[in-house]
Design a protein around this ligand. Structure first.
Ligand code: PEP
Length: 240
């Protein structure tokens, strides 16, 4: 089971260091869970230093599909690997919504990051209007299909099912809704699927107890050590 905290544009190096030192103690000895923090690029070295030897991995939040080139503001997976970063998120809905990410660019990012030796959490999920129109299946087929076509199944690839209507809204998919979407995604691409969308200590156990839910991608609740550690511990109990 994988529990990854996506800090988004929060926590500079100093806050990252303090958080990671506390997290290392809070989840020390946890069984059956791969714990990950996804830090802003500038905070990656501080997170790596604070988590050295803890077993907690540090991921980036995005990576480019080429090794280098004239792409101002982008970072290549090879550069992340060079500093010791173990993986990256790609295709987050905020990248799709605000920065022009498409199914194709998300899939290309995933493919190149895998080639560069990183683990990848590739995000998919439908908007509220798409769900209301009964188009969830179609959207997931399209998004997962692009990743399957370009990146294919891979031992370091995880899909995050993040219904956009549940991200940062306090609205969470019900365990049944999550299970239905995860089963569909797994029928399209045989890799672990984690759930994201307002996961909190209070709802983690019921979501993580679903058979096709392989963990959680946590935004807001990952900014607080106690709530993130509680979700990690819930994941550990859900499979024991
Ligand atoms: C996310 O940004 O990936 C996310 C799931 O956010 P939140 O947990 O805040 O809904």
């Amino acid at each position: 089971m994988l529990v990854a905290g996506n800090w988004k544009m929060f926590k500079g190096p100093s806050a990252a260091s303090t958080f990671c030192t506390s997290l290392g103690s809070a989840v020390d000895g946890i069984a059956g869970v791969d714990v990950v923090v996804c830090a802003p690029d500038v905070s990656l070295p501080a997170a790596l230093a604070a988590l050295d030897g803890s077993g907690i991995a540090v991921y980036a939040q995005n990576a480019h599909w080429l090794e280098n080139g004239p792409f101002t503001g982008e970072v290549a997976p090879e550069m992340l690997a060079e500093v010791g970063v173990a993986g990256t998120i790609v295709g987050h809905s905020e990248r799709r919504q605000y920065f022009g990410e498409t199914d194709e660019t998300a899939a290309r990012r995933a493919s190149h990051a895998l080639d560069a030796g990183l683990a990848v959490i590739a995000c998919v999920g439908e908007r509220a209007d798409e769900r209301d129109d009964g188009r969830m299946d179609e959207v997931l087929h399209r998004q997962v299909g692009a990743i399957a076509e370009i990146a294919g199944p891979h031992s370091r690839l995880t899909i995050a099912y993040e219904p956009i209507w549940a991200i940062g809204t306090g609205r969470t998919a019900s365990p049944d809704q999550a299970q239905e979407a995860h089963a569909l995604i797994r029928s399209l691409l045989d890799v672990p699927v984690v759930y994201g969308g307002s996961v909190k200590p209070e709802n983690a156990a019921s979501l993580l107890g679903q058979p096709d839910v392989g963990g959680a991608l946590v935004g807001g609740a990952s900014l607080d050590v106690d709530s993130f550690a509680a979700i990690c511990l819930s994941a550990s109990s859900s499979r024991s």
